[in-house]
Ligand binder design. Structure first.
Ligand SMILES: [Zn+2]
Length: 212
């Protein structure tokens, strides 16, 4: 049974460590498989579209991603990920579950190819452009002890609808909310959040247009 783990926030030393490579024998251990289940559960509950192990205070090189838009973008777990290709540059507005309520502007690669192992130790390759590509880069940074706020300009509280959508886009709350509810998630939400969700599609379009 999966458990929701606590997401640690900026200031916690684990977020600043370079995470350790996962050893092959770990993959077959029940505790490691439980960790993966817990990471998905914690990400869906947050709600978010990506979560790296250091964010739940486990300094190992793996992350989970699930954009929940179609079946091409997850759910995936990537163990010992690497980028086989990075190209292009794109402006991104990002937020992070470990830096709640804050957004910032930064530059990311437009397209990445991420390779690694799945939960059974089988090789996988994820091709990431747009939001998916930015999410992969954001999660990879967590494994190296880097937070997006280290690279971002104009770090600020998420106030406008576009900024709230941006928080949601790369990692945290908002657009994923309705989908989490659809999964019978019993998350409570207030009127303001609900209002933001209703503008979900247009905000995402606006953010996409802004970063194109
Ligand atoms: Zn993050």
């Amino acid at each position: 049974m999966p458990y929701i783990r606590e997401i640690i926030t900026d200031g916690h030393p684990t977020l600043r460590k370079v995470a350790k490579k996962v050893q092959p024998h770990e993959l077959s251990e029940p505790l490691f498989q439980q960790l993966i289940e817990d990471m998905f559960e914690t990400m869906y509950h947050a709600p978010g579209i990506g979560l790296a192990a250091p964010q739940i205070n486990v300094s190992k090189r793996l992350f989970v991603v699930h954009l929940q838009d179609d079946d091409k973008h997850g759910p995936f777990v990537v163990v010992n990920p690497k980028f086989a290709l990075v190209e292009g540059e794109i402006e991104s507005i990002e937020g992070c579950l470990s830096v709640p309520g804050i957004v910032g502007d930064l530059s990311r690669h437009e397209h990445v190819v991420c390779t690694g192992l799945d939960r059974n130790g089988k090789k996988i390759e994820l091709d990431g452009a747009g939001l998916f590509g930015r999410c992969l880069q954001h999660e990879m940074d967590h494994l190296d002890g880097v937070l997006y706020i280290d690279k971002a300009k104009n770090v600020r509280p998420a106030v406008t609808e576009e900024e709230k959508a941006a928080v949601a886009e790369v990692e945290g709350a908002g657009p994923a909310h309705d989908r989490a509810e659809a999964d019978n998630d019993a998350t409570e939400h207030d009127a303001a959040e609900h209002d933001a969700s209703e503008h979900d599609t247009s905000d995402r379009d606006a953010a996409a247009a802004a970063s194109a």
